[in-house]
Design a protein around this ligand. Structure first.
Ligand code: ADP
Ligand code: MG
Length: 456
């Protein structure tokens, strides 16, 4: 018989690390405590029923085998729940929330860890350039960051990729951290939220999961579109959401679409999301793009010619992330080869990006713009009607599709109601000819082209 059962238990615990793997070990084995040894039965205390039930179900036999290899007098293994153990662990955690205790079973600590590790230092309000397309979202974000009173809940930010949603959320978190360090802010991607929830489900830990979110002052969920459609996660989010709103905690959500356009969203969730303030971030304008480039260029050591910035703002219209990437590339290139940045070197270095951005104009965009401009119906772009008043705009749209996209003639034909490639070819020729004679139309087309290229 072992002289000291408690020591034996400690040895067995570390044996479990190898047998069960790191995460099971950390979550389920580490919180267990040796309690007693009575008439051949080893008694182990678990901090909660969740942990007890899970360990009992999944680990009993293996652990018992380990024990019996060491000590034949051990006949059985009993698990009991000892809440006191749990309480002392929790209160200890509350004292130092920032430190992640080693014997933690809490999902929430991971959340905290994520908040501290994933906030991007560059994403502050100071570094955010405000323009028409993002002024509402920016004002709302500022308001939420500065006010301790909850005025609109949730704040729902939406817009296309690379337009600054994540930047604004991090900026809110930074601001609150600096000015109200006592407030608890959680920033999570929707995927992370789902992952944590599914894990809680698997480990029958949902209650604890919920409780942990309820102690938050500000909860941010980024890229919410990834939650929609996943029923159980949506349901759980809904409950957490309601609980937090009832307690007057601030919730901030971002997504690529508005609540009404998000697919796979339950109706009550959708309507609840729209209760607060819904702020959209529009695609960038030339002015905003130039402003962003200028502000980024100011932080660089070498000045960049204004012409180059204007050229980039004009050409790279997809989103801010690509704009930044382009700027970084020309700067890196110029440092590497030790040459000044010029318009020529810029076009050279960014050849692929520039081409991709030209290609980004879609045929749908073209059809929409053209039909608006000439006041015909969008369906006329696909219809077989030959009436001049609709056929001409359709030809112009085909011409622009050829000019502004990399689609082949047959591809373009297909997108215009399944027309033949020769029809497209004819349209392109025709419009080229007309433009020479009709300068008004030429100007119209030029204007359309520029608007489409700038994504306006
Ligand atoms: P989203 O989350 O909407 O996809 P991000 O917040 O990740 O977009 O923004 C993409 C990049 O563009 C980031 O590096 C961000 O700092 C930058 N950015 C976006 N909008 C602005 C802006 N208004 N001012 C300065 N930088 C911006
Ligand atoms: Mg983002």
């Amino acid at each position: 018989m072992s002289a000291n059962m408690e020591d034996l238990w400690t040895r067995i615990q570390s044996q479990c690390l190898e047998a069960f793997g790191e995460s099971t070990y950390q979550n389920w084995i580490v919180p267990l405590r040796y309690k007693d040894f009575l008439t051949g039965r080893l008694v182990i205390a678990a901090p909660s029923r969740f942990v007890r039930d899970w360990v009992q179900k999944n680990c009993t036999q293996k652990i018992l085998n380990f024990l019996q290899e060491q000590d034949k007098t051990i006949l059985a293994l009993d698990f009991i729940v000892e809440a006191a153990l749990f309480e002392s662990q929790t209160s200890q955690k509350n004292v130092s929330r920032e430190t992640i205790s080693d014997d933690s079973t809490s999902l929430f600590d991971e959340g905290i860890e994520e908040v501290s590790s994933r906030l991007e230092p560059r994403y502050t309000f100071e570094a955010f350039v405000v323009g028409k397309p993002n002024e509402l979202a920016h004002a709302a974000a500022r308001r939420v960051a500065e006010e301790e009173k909850v005025t609109f809940n949730p704040l729902f930010l939406y817009g296309g990729v690379g337009l600054g949603k994540t930047h604004l959320m991090h900026a809110i978190a930074w601001h609150i951290r600096k000015n109200h360090p006592q407030r608890k802010v959680i920033y999570l991607s929707a995927e992370k939220f789902m992952y944590l929830f599914i894990r809680a489900l698997r480990f029958k830990n949902v209650m604890a999961f919920k409780e942990q979110f309820r102690s938050v002052d500000v909860l941010m969920i980024d890229d919410f579109q990834f939650i929609s459609g996943k029923d159980s996660t949506q349901e759980e989010f809904f409950h957490t959401f309601n609980a937090l709103v009832d307690q007057n905690r601030q919730i901030i959500i971002s997504a690529d679409k508005s609540p009404s356009d998000l697919e796979g969203l339950e109706e009550r969730m959708r309507s609840r999301l729209g209760w607060g303030l819904v702020a959209d971030i529009h695609p960038t304008t030339y002015e905003l793009r130039l402003g962003i480039l200028q502000s980024k260029a100011e932080q660089l050591e070498k000045p960049i010619p204004a012409r180059v910035l204007e050229f980039l703002a004009h050409k790279i219209t997809s989103n801010v992330r690509e704009l930044e990437g382009a700027l970084n590339r020309i700067v890196a290139h110029s440092m590497l080869v030790g040459r000044e940045i010029t318009l020529e070197s810029t076009t050279e270095v960014l050849r692929d990006v520039l081409r991709a951005n030209d290609r980004r104009v879609t045929i749908e965009d073209i059809q929409k713009k053209v039909s608006e401009h000439f006041n015909v119906r969008l369906t006329d772009m696909h219809s077989p009607k030959r009436l001049r008043s609709v056929a001409r705009p359709r030809q112009i749209a085909m011409y622009l599709a050829k000019q502004l996209t990399s689609y082949s003639l047959p591809d373009i034909g297909r997108k215009f109601g399944g027309r033949d490639h020769t029809t497209v070819m004819h349209a392109v020729k025709k419009i080229e000819e007309i433009q020479i004679k009709d300068t008004t139309l030429a100007e119209d087309i030029d204007l359309l082209k520029r608007m489409l290229q700038q994504g306006n």
